[in-house]
Design a protein around this ligand. Sequence first.
Ligand SMILES: [Mg+2]
Length: 276
Amino acid sequence: MAQPDVVREKIRTILREGAHQLAVISDFDMTLTTYYQHDGQRSASSHQVFRSWPKIDPVFAATGDALYAKYYPIEVDPTISRHDKQHHMETWWDSIHAALVKSGITRSDLQDMIDHTPVTWREGADTIFSLCHSRGVPLLVISAGLADLIELIMAKAGFDRTNVTIVSNRMIFSDDAREVITGFASPSIHIFNKDTVAALPSSREAVGDRPNILVMGDSVGDIDMAHGFDRGVRLAVGFCNLHVEQSLSEFLRVFDIVVTDDQPFSPFITSLLEAL
Ligand SMILES: [Mg+2]
């Protein structure tokens, strides 16, 4: 926390104005899920769920690996400006989506993929979902991952999704019985265009006219998910998973609260929602 007094005041306002004035906006990969699994391995992002599926087209797997090896270091490099990263991320996402369309996967393959590669939820994620539901707080998930997979992953976990809206990259399938992937709905959502995504009608509708926003992400670009929702208090929580020493000062500049080392949502975030 860079400014504990500011944070305390924001929390006081959120609690005073209550659940019906609050919306939660969260990133998915490495925010609602963790960066590492319990065994210390990297946990899977929704894109990685695809790449690690044993039945995946090997050409797609190789393309995905090559793109990841090239662009992921750029995404997390604290020495590259955000402006320079944006162009690289666009190229990465367009290339991976084009490769996915060529891979010939079908809608029914998706369930098989998530059964094969489970994601690791951040401890307390289930509580976030149930508290948002019980307090009537909308939870808008904006993700550069894949909407179709995220929905299945949440359904598999059995989380209450009554109040949840997912705005993410959505696949288009053929109309025939095979339901083969034919493309992606536009616009493409990558890690550094979440401000544009926040302005989409589906995002605006999910938040409605609630003035107070709790925004959570693991990339400094995730703060843009709250872009345009500046009517009241914006409490921002950042999960700094990588290059902590180099990135912490920028995270502290962008987020009110920075969580390192894959720590759980509790006690702080869950107790805030609980107190509503
Ligand atoms: Mg993320």
